[in-house]
Design a protein around this ligand. Structure first.
Ligand code: PEP
Ligand code: MG
Length: 311
């Protein structure tokens, strides 16, 4: 292979279009942080910690029993830190654990998981975290440790909340581990119709941001299992009912000064991007491979809105 004579002058990060709407990236594997950062994304809109936890080969409860709380906290700190370091000072929104029980079954300790007819409607996300606070406290302590280490670009996001009570109970635990919810940047996912319908009460808890999890929001709004191939054709993130929930939530959040974003798969669909930018969403987070296209689509829609406004 011939050496590239222009290598030293080629931009390392692709030149990204400037947009008012931030375009971020979703990430599950800390090892991909450099690739994610190279997209020129404005930050990480969703860092899932499920992979970090599942790759330990044990359920969180089992891991803590075998190795102690501190070892579990350190694993989480290391995973999130890798991403926070790569992106600093761009924000990294890490989400507390949200794995359905069937994903834990094969791991050591998985035999203790409850058997559920509908794991997606069951013991996952904030429900499990509040019901079983020991592992959840470790997750929160990992955030606390990262803040102490100076990673002020880390944001804490909570999945699958239904109402203000879920959030108040979470806030209580956040305070218990020594995080000041007035200072730290934290927020929740809007991925159940209940949470979208109760957005005013949710905003009143003091959340700094909300993020639409359209994979779940679509499945719960349309009662279409996101993993069931027999109803896959009915899984429509652009269904008017889903858009109505998203649109009204953005409108209320704009009035109340709460930041809005999306981190579901639908964020990479041009029709969704157009809808969201027109509604005035603050940021859009897409998978690594989709970030470039989303950046350009956001730019196109913003320019069109600007031209329309001066016509
Ligand atoms: C979602 O529900 O859209 C989401 C981003 O969360 P997950 O896919 O991890 O459930
Ligand atoms: Mg979800």
């Amino acid at each position: 292979v011939q050496p590239d004579p222009l290598e030293s002058v080629r931009p390392q990060t692709p030149v990204k279009p400037m947009t008012a709407t931030e375009v971020k990236v979703n990430l599950s594997i800390p090892e991909a942080a450099d690739r994610a950062a190279a997209t020129g994304a404005d930050g990480v809109g969703l860092l899932r910690i499920e992979h970090m936890v599942l790759s330990l080969g044990k359920t969180p409860e089992q891991y803590i029993e075998d190795h102690g709380e501190d070892a579990y906290i350190s694993e989480l700190v290391e995973g999130i830190r890798t991403v926070a370091e790569e992106f600093y000072p761009r924000p990294v929104r890490a989400r507390t654990l949200d794995a359905p029980t069937d994903e834990f079954r094969e791991l050591k300790g998985g035999e203790n998981e409850p058997h559920e007819h509908n794991p997606m409607l069951g013991y996952r996300g904030i429900r499990r975290s509040l019901d079983n606070p020991e592992p959840f406290r470790c997750e929160l302590k990992a955030f606390s440790r990262l803040f102490e280490m100076g990673y002020d670009n880390v944001e804490l996001m909570v999945p699958l909340v239904n109402d203000a009570e879920d959030i108040e109970r979470t806030k209580h635990l956040i305070e218990e581990v020594g995080i000041d919810p007035e200072k730290a940047r934290w927020g929740v996912m809007i991925e159940t119709p209940a949470s979208a319908l109760l957005i005013e009460e949710i905003a009143a808890t003091g959340v700094g941001f909300v993020s639409f999890g359209t994979n779940d929001l679509t499945q719960y709004t349309l009662a279409v299992d996101r993993n069931n191939e027999h109803v896959a054709e009915r899984f429509d993130e652009l269904h008017p009912s889903v858009l109505k929930l998203i649109g009204s939530t953005i409108e209320t959040c704009r009035e109340l000064g709460v930041d809005t974003s999306i981190c579901g798969q639908a964020a990479s669909k041009p029709a969704m991007v157009k809808f969201l930018v027109e509604q005035g969403i603050n940021s859009i987070s897409a998978n690594i491979d989709a970030v470039r296209d989303v950046q350009h689509e956001v730019k196109r829609v913003e320019q069109k809105l600007l031209l329309d406004s001066v016509r």
